[in-house]
Write a protein that binds this ligand. Structure first.
Ligand code: NDP
Length: 364
């Protein structure tokens, strides 16, 4: 992503968060979402967020667990006609109340349900990572394009006040010329049976999960696209959790300006940190990309001060994300984190894995 394009994107995200932003003009009625996958994120995090939305509402749920779906539907005033299974999902075509499908499934199911949703005539918000391969990402983009539907990836940090302010400060030269970014994200995976540790469902280990945040931060903090990657994996394969997927991935990205990013993802330690170093100072976030409680410091030479970003009209990053997708679906605008943005990441992810496997730098 070049600087000019990134500035346009930053501008639109800022507008969205600014008091009196454009979202108000989006649609006379809130757009209807179907949440696919009632798990930790879809049910535990996203569904409660509709209470904070202006342009979005929950109208349907899709689940493999009928009794859970009935309970959730009842709690949100939805009738039995608003409940779908994975098998009968394509019937959403006949439900005009559903404008947008939000795919909150294990990674290996993202492509199938995005493509089926587009073929049913619905816009799609799909969780990260976009899919488990570059080819799947391309097929998802093609399906949404063929159906003339919008595709957005659940990169919530583009709606999170601290990350938006950090991007703005970086771009305004608050730290001077960017020299390097460090970004580390991880959490401790405890249950070897989890789908995240099964390659067929996850597509990979910590890189496919928390590593996406490190990669995204390297790109949106520098405002540049990497030209080369060098990666190294460190995994204890005798640990039952890591028989199929990696634990630690460590990679360096080289950018056209000469800046570098040193990134990590891990499943055996908790870490959530982004640091940008410029030739005149630093911008640091820790925690950087959590649901809430993020912090930021800006300054130089040990005199950094805590910075609190200005509040936006959406009380949470999730509501900002949901309403942005509704606005795009209603107005025909391209989402600021489109399918193409997810595809860019997946191409780099493929190069990171290849570099670690082959033990050499990969040019992008
Ligand atoms: P969970 O395991 O908590 O939930 C996944 C849900 O998917 C299940 O509850 C189930 O819903 C459904 N599902 C369908 N088939 C399967 C299967 N074979 N195995 C397991 N689950 C299945 O995962 P998360 O909610 O944490 O993650 C879902 C997606 O959201 C992932 O892509 C993840 O990367 C992303 N995510 C994004 C976050 C962010 O901050 N942007 C944070 C957390 C996750 P049901 O019972 O209704 O059928």
């Amino acid at each position: 992503m070049d600087f000019a394009r990134r500035d346009v994107l930053l501008g639109s995200a800022a507008l969205l968060l600014a008091p009196g932003g454009t979202a108000g003009a989006a649609s006379a009625r809130p757009l209807g979402y179907a949440i696919v996958g009632l798990g930790g994120y879809g049910l535990g995090v996203i569904i409660p967020q509709f209470a904070h939305c202006t342009h979005s509402k929950l109208v349907a749920v899709v689940s493999g667990d009928r009794s859970k779906a009935e309970r959730v539907a009842a709690e949100h005033g939805l009738g039995s006609g608003a409940i779908y299974s994975y098998a009968d999902f394509d019937r959403i075509r006949d439900n005009p109340a559903i404008d947008i499908v939000y795919v909150c499934l294990p990674n290996a199911m993202h492509a199938e349900f995005t493509i089926r949703a587009a073929r049913a005539g619905k816009h799609v918000l799909c969780e990260k990572p976009m899919a488990v391969s570059v080819a799947e990402c391309e097929a998802m983009i093609a399906a949404c394009r063929a159906a003339d539907r919008k595709l957005m990836i659940g990169y919530r940090c583009h709606f999170e006040a601290y990350n938006l302010e950090a991007m703005r400060l970086a771009r305004s030269g608050a730290a001077g010329k960017v020299r390097y970014v460090r970004s580390e994200h991880g959490f401790i995976q405890r249950d070897p049976a989890k789908w995240r540790l099964r390659r067929a469902m996850s597509g990979g280990g910590s890189l496919m999960d928390m590593g996406i945040y490190s990669l995204q931060a390297a790109r949106y903090m520098t405002g540049e696209e990497p030209v080369a990657v060098t990666a190294r994996e460190s995994t204890d394969r005798s640990d039952p959790r890591f028989r199929e997927v990696e634990d630690i991935l460590d990679w360096t990205l080289e950018f056209p300006s000469g800046a570098i990013a040193s990134c990590q993802s891990m499943y055996s330690a908790n870490q959530n940190h982004v640091l940008l170093m410029g030739d005149r100072g630093r911008i640091e976030l820790e925690p950087a990309t959590r649901y809430d409680g993020n912090h930021m410091w800006v300054g130089a030479d040990g005199r950094e001060t805590a910075v609190t970003p200005p509040p936006g009209p959406r009380s949470t990053q999730f509501a900002g994300q949901l309403d942005h997708m509704s606005e795009c679906a209603a107005t025909g605008r391209q989402p600021i984190v489109s399918g193409e943005e997810g595809l860019r990441d997946m191409r780099i992810v493929a190069a990171i894995y290849r570099s670690a496997r082959e033990g050499r730098t990969i040019r992008l």
